[in-house]
Design a protein around this ligand. Structure first.
Ligand SMILES: *[C@@H]1O[C@H](CO)[C@@H](O)[C@H](O)[C@H]1NC(C)=O
Ligand SMILES: *[C@@H]1O[C@H](CO)[C@@H](O)[C@H](O)[C@H]1NC(C)=O
Ligand SMILES: *[C@@H]1O[C@H](CO)[C@@H](O)[C@H](O)[C@H]1NC(C)=O
Ligand SMILES: *[C@@H]1O[C@H](CO)[C@@H](O)[C@H](O)[C@H]1NC(C)=O
Length: 281
């Protein structure tokens, strides 16, 4: 009996060791790769020999439209392109166009629009705020210019939701004229850069500055020696809003949760074995 119990305990120890190393190993791996869309099981049997060969030598599969390429071709969007790439929103759009049927709408401020910003406006932003700024220019649905006549304001942008403080914007339209209001900036659509049935890109004459960045945190603390009281009040009033860091990317949260759940299962298995081992003693 003793021997038996000893065996069970050493088994248990080995098992727990295994658990702790395997769960320790996981967090290192999880954040590295964002969850890849599961391969469609229906598609693969249809053309098994075909697709790998085609992917290998032909670099022109009819994938989603490439936003940065379209803008490059159109010309006059160098600053926007740089921001789209740096914030990885370009990839985000590509991924979403591939996955969803809803499509996408991008308001593309021209280089002239960016240069008319107060100098230092972009530099004053954190990386997180730059991402929000670019996401604020994208709607997670496809809109034709005519569609804007029937939208209900405020519209949800990719940066958040329709609630105040969640980066909404308003679009008003009459005929083919479309205006966008952020509460801080009134911009006008001055042309269509691209439109198919899932992606539209509209040229806008101003950078859409979201209230949620630029009122909560005024751009460039100018070396003004006079400390104005009203500005300070705004600062403190707006600061809770500006703490958007709580929203982490869903993939990371998901994998953490998954490994936590797994850990929980492992622990309960371990406990059951422990109980079994003791009942043998
Ligand atoms: C689009 O999705 C398919 C399958 O879902 C995938 O094989 C392909 O790599 C994706 N393309 C891009 C550009 O994300
Ligand atoms: C759009 O804004 C311009 C001024 O910038 C204004 O003249 C026009 O009436 C507005 N149109 C709509 C549909 O709001
Ligand atoms: C946007 O539209 C909503 C609903 O019409 C309105 O309550 C809100 O004040 C508008 N916001 C801006 C910034 O124009
Ligand atoms: C934007 O337009 C609205 C009226 O459509 C006006 O009340 C507001 O002052 C304008 N805002 C700016 C920043 O020009």
């Amino acid at each position: 009996m003793r021997k038996h119990a000893f065996l069970s305990l050493s088994l248990l120890l080995a098992f727990l060791c295994y658990c702790s190393t395997s769960t320790l190993g996981q967090p290192a791996q999880a954040p590295a790769l964002p969850a890849v869309a599961p391969a469609k099981p229906a598609d693969s049997p249809a053309k098994p020999a075909d697709s790998p060969a085609k992917l290998a030598d032909a670099p022109t599969p009819p994938g989603p439209p490439d936003v940065t390429k379209i803008l490059q071709k159109a010309g006059g969007f160098t600053i926007l392109i740089r921001l789209l790439k740096r914030t990885a929103v370009a990839d985000q759009i590509k991924g979403q166009l591939n996955d969803t049927k809803n499509g996408f709408t991008l308001f593309a401020p021209t280089d002239a629009a960016f240069s008319s910003l107060k100098s230092g406006t972009l530099n004053s932003l954190s990386d997180e705020q730059k991402i929000r700024l670019i996401q604020f220019h994208t709607l997670t649905s496809f809109y034709t210019l005519e569609n804007f006549q029937t939208v209900t304001n405020p519209l949800r942008t990719q940066a958040g939701d329709t609630n105040p403080g969640d980066y909404p914007l308003n679009v008003t339209s009459m005929g083919k004229q479309v205006n966008i209001s952020t509460g801080l900036v009134n911009a006008t659509v001055i042309g269509t850069v691209y439109s198919d049935n899932r992606l539209s890109i509209y040229k806008v004459d101003k950078v859409l500055l979201p209230l949620d960045i630029f009122v909560a945190k005024p751009p460039v603390p100018a070396p003004a020696p006079t400390p104005t009281k009203p500005k300070d009040d705004k600062n403190t009033a707006g600061s809770p809003k500006s703490s958007t860091t709580t929203t982490t990317t869903p993939t990371v949260v998901g994998s953490d949760a998954a490994s936590l759940a797994e850990h929980g299962v492992m622990v309960s298995i371990g406990v059951s074995i422990l109980i079994a081992a003791f009942s043998m003693l």
